[in-house]
Design a protein around this ligand. Structure first.
Ligand code: DAH
Length: 351
C-alpha cells in the first residue's frame, strides 16, 4: 500500500482540496492562455491531476471507493464545465477588445486624395465646343487617320498643292491613308453624312512633319467649324466668329478680316483680333502691330459643295479653322508649346 494510504488519509479530502485549488487557479487566470495552462494541469494526458486521481481510485479502500468515485466524477464534470464556460467568455472578451482596437478613429484627419484636373487644351476645347453648342452646332471630332480624299481631294486641293508635299504630311504604310493635317476633313465627312442645313464644330489632333520648336509641334490641336444653309453670306460668318472669339477671350476686342487663301474657301480670310495684351497699342507679343492672327475662314468653295453633292446654287456656307494649342498658350500665358505636352504635374496642377 502506498505511503499516503496511512491512517487518516482520505481520498475525499484530496478531491475537495483539488476542487478548491482549481477554483483559485480559475479565478487567477485572466486570459485564454492562462486558462489553457490550467486545463493542461487538470486534464493533460501526461501528469494531468484528474487522470492521476482516477488512477489512484483503484487503491482506495472498498468502502470509500463508491463515494470517492462519484465525487471525482462530479469534480471532473465541474472543472470541465467551468473551464469551457470561462474560456468561451474570455475568448469573446478578447475579440471585443481586438475589435475595439481596430475600430476606425473618425477623428483622425483624412488622407487627401490626389485630384486630377483637366488639361489646358481640354479646357479650351470644352469652352469652344460649349460656345458653338449654344448656337446649335453639333460636335463631331472625326477620324485622325484619314484618306487622301477627305483630307485633300474633296477639299479642292490640287494634286500638286504644297500642303500635299511629303514635307508636311505623315503617310501611313497603307496606300492612300495618312494622318490628317487639319480638322477640315470633318467638313467633308459631316456634309456627306447630314444633308443641309447643317452646322458642326470639330476639335481634335492633327499632325504635320514639323520640327518641335517653341511654337510648333508635329502633333497639335485644331478646331474646325462650318455651317451650310440657304442665303448664308460673309456677314453671317463675321458675326458668328466675332461672337465666338469674344466669348472665348472675354473683353471687347476689335476685329479685322484680312484676305487670304485656302483651296476650300472662296473668298478666304484671316480673322485678327486686337492684341489681348496691349489692347491694340503694340507690344512684343503682337510684334508691335496691335493685332493677333486668330483663325482662318472663308465661304465654302462651290466646288467643295459639289464634291459632296450639295447644289451651290441652292446652298451656301462658311467655314473656319484655328489652333487650340495657340489659344491655350495665349489664354494661360504659356510661352512654349512643349509645356502643353510634357505633362509635368507641377504645371497641370495649376488648372
Ligand atoms: N485647315 C486650315 C489649316 O489647317 C485652317 C482653316 C482655314 C480651316 C480656313 C477652315 C477655313 O475651315 O475656312 O490651316
Amino acid at each position: 500500500m502506498p505511503a499516503f494510504f496511512v491512517a487518516g488519509y482520505d481520498m475525499l479530502d484530496e478531491i475537495t482540496k483539488a476542487g478548491a485549488d482549481f477554483d483559485r487557479s480559475l479565478e487567477g487566470s485572466a486570459d485564454t492562455r492562462a486558462l489553457d495552462a490550467v486545463r493542461v494541469t487538470y486534464f493533460g494526458r501526461k501528469g494531468g491531476l484528474i487522470p492521476a486521481l482516477f488512477s489512484k481510485l483503484k487503491d482506495v479502500p472498498k468502502e470509500q471507493k463508491k463515494e470517492a468515485g462519484e465525487a471525482l466524477n462530479r469534480l471532473r464534470d465541474r472543472i470541465q464545465a467551468a473551464l469551457d464556460e470561462k474560456s468561451a467568455r474570455l475568448a469573446a472578451e478578447e475579440l471585443t477588445r481586438k475589435d475595439a482596437r481596430e475600430t476606425i478613429d473618425v477623428t483622425l484627419p483624412g488622407r487627401r486624395p490626389q485630384l486630377g484636373s483637366l488639361h489646358p487644351i481640354t479646357l479650351v476645347r470644352q469652352q469652344m465646343e460649349a460656345i458653338f453648342r449654344e448656337m446649335g452646332y453639333s460636335v463631331d471630332p472625326g477620324p485622325e487617320i484619314e484618306s487622301d480624299r477627305y483630307n485633300f481631294e474633296a477639299l479642292n486641293f490640287t494634286p500638286d498643292h504644297p500642303a500635299r508635299d511629303t514635307q508636311d504630311t505623315f503617310f501611313t504604310d497603307v496606300e492612300g491613308l495618312l494622318l490628317r493635317t487639319h480638322t477640315s476633313n470633318v467638313q467633308i465627312r459631316a456634309m456627306e453624312q447630314w444633308p443641309p442645313p447643317v452646322k458642326v464644330i470639330s476639335c481634335g489632333r492633327v499632325y504635320r512633319r514639323d520640327e518641335i520648336t517653341m511654337r510648333r509641334s508635329p502633333m497639335f490641336h485644331q478646331a474646325e467649324g462650318f455651317l451650310v444653309d440657304k442665303g448664308i453670306h460673309i456677314g453671317h460668318m463675321r458675326a458668328t466668329l466675332e461672337h465666338f472669339v469674344t466669348k472665348l477671350f472675354g473683353g471687347t476686342p476689335k476685329f479685322r478680316l484680312r484676305p487670304s487663301f485656302f483651296p476650300f474657301t472662296e473668298p478666304s480670310a484671316e480673322l485678327d483680333m486686337s492684341c489681348l495684351f496691349c489692347k491694340g497699342n503694340g507690344c512684343g507679343t503682337c510684334s508691335q502691330t496691335g493685332w493677333m492672327e486668330i483663325l482662318g475662314c472663308g465661304m465654302i468653295h462651290p466646288q467643295v459643295l459639289r464634291n459632296v453633292k450639295i447644289d451651290p446654287e441652292e446652298w451656301s456656307g462658311f467655314a473656319f479653322g484655328m489652333g487650340i494649342d495657340r489659344v491655350a498658350m495665349l489664354k494661360y500665358g504659356i510661352p512654349n508649346i512643349r509645356t502643353l505636352f510634357e505633362n509635368d504635374l507641377r504645371v497641370l496642377q495649376q488648372f
